[in-house]
Design a protein around this ligand. Structure first.
Ligand code: URA
Ligand code: SF4
Length: 226
């Protein structure tokens, strides 16, 4: 997450997503609400708002950072390279990828213009995560997952607050925080791990992939231990 938001954010309206949260939550009201949301400025440069996707009876909710280029174009989470790696890692950990609900801490793609029309991923700042958190809470309410898998620092901070460090906490069952995000549904556990994009960028990719799968095996154990 980048700093200096107050300086850059001057004059930017960020009322937060709360007023766009539908009274009756369904997959379609959630999806329509995310499209309509003006809770922060990120909708302006994005093609689609990207709500969570998956089965409403999912035991596990996976939370990433924000949609990437492909996700923004298609309006669906985890359909690009990081998503493909995630699916492979879930399957390697014996988790049926079709049975997890996937979403992101932030629902619109934040990017910088690059050369030749390329859009360069720019992670959301704390203010965007804060603005967007009502959607994550609404999704928790809708899906009521047994546990939550947090991918990377942004997802970790969305739930546990900005002092959360993935490296120090990854790969074990954490209690849902009493002093972090306030959700009306309380999952039984959260597990943090690295973001699949970080694995894709890593110079020690095989090692980092193996560590990701090992963390997902912890999730598999928690789910089957029900
Ligand atoms: N990275 C994420 O964090 N989420 C996506 O949906 C895709 C890539
Ligand atoms: Fe709303 Fe979140 Fe999109 Fe901001 S990023 S406009 S809060 S859905």
């Amino acid at each position: 997450m980048a700093g200096s938001d107050s300086a850059r954010g001057e004059g930017i309206e960020r009322p937060g997503a709360q007023q766009w949260i539908p009274e009756t939550l369904t997959k379609s009201s959630l999806s329509a609400g995310v499209q309509a949301c003006r809770g922060c400025e990120l909708y302006r440069d994005a093609t689609h708002g990207v709500p969570g996707q998956g089965r409403l009876d999912a035991s596990v909710m996976v939370v990433g950072e924000q949609p990437g280029d492909q996700e923004d174009r298609q309006g669906k989470p985890f359909v690009g390279p990081a998503g493909k790696l995630l699916v492979r890692a879930l399957e390697d950990a014996d988790i049926d990828a079709r049975l997890v609900f996937r979403t992101n801490a932030v629902k619109h793609f934040r990017w910088d213009p690059g050369r030749a029309g390329k859009r360069i991923h720019k992670g959301p700042s704390r203010v965007h995560v804060a603005a967007c958190t009502p959607w994550l809470l609404a999704e928790l309410d809708l899906v009521r997952p047994e546990g939550v898998l947090l991918l990377g620092a942004t997802a970790g901070a969305a739930v546990f607050g900005s002092s959360f460090r993935v490296g120090a906490s990854r790969g074990r069952a954490l209690d849902w925080p009493a002093d972090g995000v306030r959700s009306s549904w309380t999952p039984s556990w959260a597990v943090a791990t690295a973001h699949p994009s970080a694995v894709l960028r890593s110079r020690q990719r095989e090692q980092d992939y193996a560590a990701l799968v090992a963390d997902l095996e912890v999730v598999a154990g928690l789910v089957s231990a029900r």
